[in-house]
Design a protein around this ligand. Sequence first.
Ligand code: P6P
Length: 339
Amino acid sequence: MRIGTTLTNYIIQNQRHIEGATGEFTGLLNDIAVACKKIADLVNKGALVNVLGATDSRNVQGETQKKLDVISNELMIEALRYNGHIAALASEEMDSVYHLPANAPRGKYLLLCDPLDGSSNIDVNVSVGTIFSILKAPDGVTNPSEKDFLRPGTEQVAAGYCLYGPSTMLVLTTGHGVSMFTLDRDFGEFLLTREQVEIPVDTGEFAINMSYQRFWDQPITQYIEECLQGADGPRQKNFNMRWVASMVAEVHRILTRGGVFLYPCHSQLRAAGKAGKLRLLYEANPMAYIVEQAGGAASTGLERILEVNPEEIHQRVPVILGARNEVRRVDELHRSEAG
Ligand code: P6P
């Protein structure tokens, strides 16, 4: 009988390839995994522990916060703030950067997270997840400010998510491919269940919220129309459609069986002064890093997501990610519209 490869063992084994690795990174990932295990436990218990439903508060996005949004954010802070692995934290659920308590040791990383993405699905028992992105903190800065977080996605040292689905899975990249770990609840460890994940370059499955169709720009309208025309249209093949309204679940499906995910900007979002729905720093960037590391592509339609220069922490961007050839097709439609 074997234990298998735990997340901690896997990181330690792989850390040997990282120059100057001191074990701090392993400690940080362990802190994140502890928070995710506790969130998984609460998501799994749901109504039994009175964590469902909404609070009467709104986050900086103006969205009503679910109880588990707030709890997940608090758990992430608790798991990290005194362990000396980060210098500061930014979260979808907090207006500004979280500064560590004065007596807390500072670490060399910055953590950005969406503590519970897709939480509108919580009350209807559909998969949700935690998304995280890790940057190096600037040397010698004991209280990083917002500007220290405003770095392009190419500077991420790691990114991952934890999917609270039929099984709880943690998916991670540190720049050497994508690995998947499944939580063994019997002894509370994430065990390696897949590595070197590859996204097929082509697909027959797209994910988009069709209810916004009347607001789409021409490139998106044309791309989806071609998919819907199926074998009789220019694509000469039929497409399937999925929409879970939980980005973590969509990305996991794409990593597992392929596909393309689109959350474009559209006229209704622009009218509200928004450049998209999804947030660059703690949704689009980590997912783009993971998808690219699995051989896929991630674009705004006009540029590579990982090369977008952030201007503010809760900045939104359009997101097209997944099968490389499909993302390229959408990009080409945007270029031809631009002329
Ligand atoms: P809509 C969840 O709120 C989220 O941020 C992503 O996880 C998901 O892909 C998207 O928004 C769903 O948006 O407009 O379909 O509800």
